[in-house]
Design a protein around this ligand. Structure first.
Ligand code: NAD
Ligand code: UDP
Ligand code: UDP
Length: 307
């Protein structure tokens, strides 16, 4: 079962699981997800879609649960921050309850946001983070932190087989056109000839991972033969770019004549972010394979096709 399965990452995960020969249940309330992302799977007898909000209890029979349900872009998760908190916390609790009843293995899609605006750079899993508990990003950051806590408490108290991955910024086809994340914004702006909007001076950094690399990492984590290895494990691409560099790369690759404009920086926007991936390399034999320019090429083609 994949919660959030009609979203950007969830739909790629459903594709991968179907390809592996699994029987897949996709659970999604379509808040930010979209039936178009899974349309190609809807006629497949090994694929079922359930429109459901994970903040409500769910009774189904499954043996593995990937818990991805949660809006991920700052614009979306700040749209209804109370619902974001509820989704992270109650959604995790319900899925953990389900996993407990079924003795199913459960993986949580956590995030590099648990590190907040980090004072340690790059970020290893043992770094505990620097998160504002009362800011505009807190519904997401603290929600995801509480979800990790619940996962580890279910492991300790209920002996549940849990897996936690901390996903760093991921991009690729099926990001929604208007979800406000930096790669979709820049590519769409460049293709439309609109201004490229850099928030702040563009010196903040992010490390961008192509979606296929992430799916491989999540799949390996779920199916890892070491049952007792729960993570958390960073899954990300350590190649780090400033937002200004990213804008320039997108302009060059699209051949666009868009101009760069500078807008105010949202509050609590992390200054830098880059994963240490030693744990993923040693425990999962995983490292990212797709470089930014290659992934961007595929992403630009996708958005060109849409537009
Ligand atoms: P997305 O918005 O495309 O997908 C999230 C999906 O969850 C959507 O289909 C949405 O409709 C669904 N959803 C939201 N609330 C729900 C609820 N209450 N009940 C049922 N479904 C609900 O975002 P994404 O990028 O695919 O992110 C998927 C997961 O990965 C999220 O948990 C996110 O926090 C995590 N993540 C993503 C990134 C990234 O860079 N893309 C980075 C770190 C973590
Ligand atoms: N739950 C669920 N599906 C199940 C089993 C449990 O949605 O198949 C929900 C249940 O509604 C509860 C939560 O998961 O709110 C936690 O369940 P658990 O059994 O761990 O705790 P309890 O029900 O004892 O509070
Ligand atoms: N950003 C930007 N212009 C945009 C969208 C985002 O400069 O049109 C910046 C944003 O302020 C942040 C970085 O790009 O510093 C990454 O933003 P995103 O929303 O993609 O992810 P997150 O902040 O959650 O890492």
């Amino acid at each position: 079962m994949v919660t959030g399965g009609a979203g950007f990452l969830g739909s790629h995960l459903c594709d991968r699981l179907i390809k592996e020969g699994s029987d897949v249940i996709c659970v999604d309330n379509l808040f930010t997800g979209n039936k178009d992302n899974i349309r190609h799977l809807l006629g497949n007898p090994y694929f079922e879609f359930i429109r459901h909000d994970v903040t409500m209890p769910l009774y189904v029979e499954v043996d593995q649960i990937y818990n991805l349900a949660c809006p991920a872009s700052p614009v979306h998760y700040q749209h209804d921050p109370i619902q974001t908190g509820r989704t992270s916390v109650l959604g995790a609790l319900n899925m953990l309850g389900l996993a407990r009843r079924l003795k199913a293995r459960i993986l949580q899609a956590s995030t590099s946001e648990v590190y907040g605006d980090p004072e340690v750079h790059p970020q290893p899993e043992r770094y505990r983070g620097c998160v504002n508990p009362i800011g505009i990003r807190s519904c997401y950051d603290e929600g995801k932190r509480m979800a990790e806590t619940l996962f580890f408490d279910y492991k300790r108290q209920e002996n549940l087989n849990i897996k936690v991955v901390r996903i760093f910024n991921t991009y690729g086809p099926r990001m929604s056109l208007n979800d406000g994340r930096v790669i979709s914004n820049f590519v769409v702006q460049a293709l439309r000839g609109e201004d490229i909007t850099i928030y702040g001076d563009g010196s903040q950094t992010r490390s961008f991972q192509y979606v296929d690399d992430l799916i491989e990492g999540m799949y390996r984590m779920m199916n890892n033969s070491r049952e007792d290895f729960s993570g958390p494990v960073n899954i990300g691409n350590p190649a780090e770019y400033t937002i200004k560099q990213l804008a320039e790369i997108v302009l060059k690759m699209t051949g666009s004549s868009s101009k760069i404009v500078y807008k105010s920086l949202p509050s609590d926007d992390p200054v830098q972010r880059c994963p240490v991936i030693d744990v993923a390399m040693s425990e999962l034999g995983w490292k990212p394979k797709v470089a930014l320019e290659e992934g961007l090429k595929r992403t630009i083609e996708y958005f060109r096709g849409l537009m």
